[in-house]
Design a protein around this ligand. Structure first.
Ligand code: FAD
Length: 428
């Protein structure tokens, strides 16, 4: 008999026959990206039953490829650092900056705060898959192709509606839900928690290239951030990987990008060609991969937690990619939430505002100060200053390395005031 497409009624009957059983788990995590995988590993250390429901199948592409040294501490805490250190990723020890003929760089080992001074630049498909596999090895269950479509927190136990990618539906109940769904922002959408970001809308175009960079001064151990020669609010990243390829992309206002015609890859190449340093570096590159576009990624929420749930990583807040802080913030949120949840499930009274939201936002707000000052120009004046003071450079290097929660650093503790004074000094 020839194959034919099922009618919708036949499909419903088939699904009923194949009905996936409803799920009960201590902790349900939405999404298996870095925040979900690290939270799962930390909670498994205490023996909780942890189930991750992940919409996609891994490995899958994700942007966010340059890590910060601070995140190595969270990987250590989750006992996941070893697998990342042994994966052959590109070693990273700092950040280089270029603007219209002026180059400068920060060495993350020369920093004020204690803690690791190096990290990696990673293809996220592989990195995220390794972390997810580690979480599974530690006893977390991951259900790939399972998308959260509904959420109900009105009862005693949270209830989630799940749809599998073969069309079945079931309910998942837990004692607690961690939303680590990244740009999916599942609970903030379903529970109406979204708020507009205070940052202006920005757009990014990016791709991977076979870079063939042979310039003797080019340092593959650093991310290169290039400011557009004519527009200080437009910048590029160049993130080398260990296999001779690079991630490259531009961030600009939507108008700057959309005023140009052509396929996204052509537009990206056209904008890259406007910077002579970047175009010299990439002169022999093979642009073999279509460019992707992402916009409106900055977000804010009304609250980071509620009765029986907390929002992690990008599902909670996303600022801006300029300082590569996304994965570090995601892992910090996982670390704080796992501690608070362990105490709560152990019978303690946890104040999620004091134990989770405030400590997380302290670092996010530090990054926010530097992101705002970057686009406004004052932090660029600091970055490109001639003859910077060495102690101050170490303090700024700490922040660029992700140590945005270290209040011993005056540029963290009083970030806005200190940065404004420093920028005035740098401008002369
Ligand atoms: P994600 O990594 O996004 O993982 C979320 C997971 O949830 C996904 O696998 C998704 O499939 C799943 N999911 C979504 N919806 C559902 C659903 N309904 N049901 C079940 N599962 C669901 N960060 C850096 O650290 N370094 C960088 O260099 C950097 N560059 C960036 C460049 C750009 C242009 C942008 C926009 C961001 C960049 N970031 C960077 C940020 C980085 O991408 C994120 O901060 C990071 O991926 C957040 O991790 P996460 O675990 O919160 O979410």
């Amino acid at each position: 008999m020839a194959d034919r497409v099922c009618t919708s009624q036949e499909r419903t009957e088939l699904n009923t026959k194949l009905n996936v059983e409803d799920l009960e788990s201590d902790i349900i995590i939405i999404g298996a990206g870095p925040s979900g995988a690290v939270a799962a590993a930390l909670l498994r250390k205490h023996g909780y039953q942890v189930t991750i429901l992940e919409k996609q199948h891994f490995p899958r592409f994700s942007i966010g490829e340059s890590l910060l040294p601070q995140c190595m501490e969270f990987l250590e805490e989750a006992e996941m650092a070893g697998v990342i250190q042994n994966a052959g990723f590109q070693h990273k020890n700092g950040a280089a900056f270029h603007h219209d003929g002026t180059s400068t760089s920060f060495d993350f080992c020369e920093k004020f705060s204690p803690g690791p001074g190096t990290t990696f630049q990673v293809q996220r498909a592989h990195f995220d898959h390794l972390l997810a596999q580690e979480a599974e090895r530690k006893g977390a269950e991951i259900r790939y192709g399972h998308e959260i479509t509904k959420a109900d927190f009105s009862g005693e136990r949270p209830l989630l509606g799940v749809r599998t990618d073969d069309g079945q539906e079931y309910e998942a109940r837990g004692k607690y839900v961690l939303d680590a769904s990244g740009f999916g922002r599942v609970l903030s959408r379903l529970l109406d928690l979204e708020m507009p970001s205070g940052l202006p809308p920005r757009m990014s175009l990016f791709t991977h290239v076979e870079d063939r960079i042979d310039h003797p001064d080019y340092d593959r151990e650093k991310i290169l951030i290039t400011v557009h020669p004519k527009r200080r609010d437009v910048w590029f990243w160049l993130i080398p990987f260990a296999n001779g390829r690079c991630s490259t992309g531009v961030v600009a206002s939507p108008e700057f990008i959309e005023s140009r015609e052509g396929e996204p890859l052509e537009v990206l190449r056209e904008i890259v060609a406007e910077d002579s340093n970047l175009s010299t570096l990439l002169a022999n590159a093979e642009w073999d991969t279509p460019a992707r576009k992402i916009q409106g990624y900055s977000c804010n929420v009304k609250q980071l937690y509620g009765s029986h749930y907390a929002l992690l990583g990008n599902a909670a807040e996303f600022l801006d990619p300029v300082f590569s802080s996304g994965v570090t913030i995601a892992m910090k949120s996982a670390s704080l939430a796992a501690k608070a949840l362990h105490r709560q499930l152990g019978g303690e009274n946890v104040d999620w505002q004091v134990d989770y939201a405030e400590p997380l936002m302290a670092g996010v707000d530090t990054f926010r100060t530097y992101v705002n000052a970057w686009y406004e120009g004052s932090f660029q004046d600091v970055v490109f200053a001639e003859n910077p003071s060495e102690p101050v450079t170490r303090m700024i290097s700490s922040i660029l390395a992700g140590y945005a929660w270290d209040t011993n650093n005056p540029y963290v503790k009083e970030s806005r005031r200190r940065l404004a004074t420093l920028a005035d000094l740098c401008r002369g």
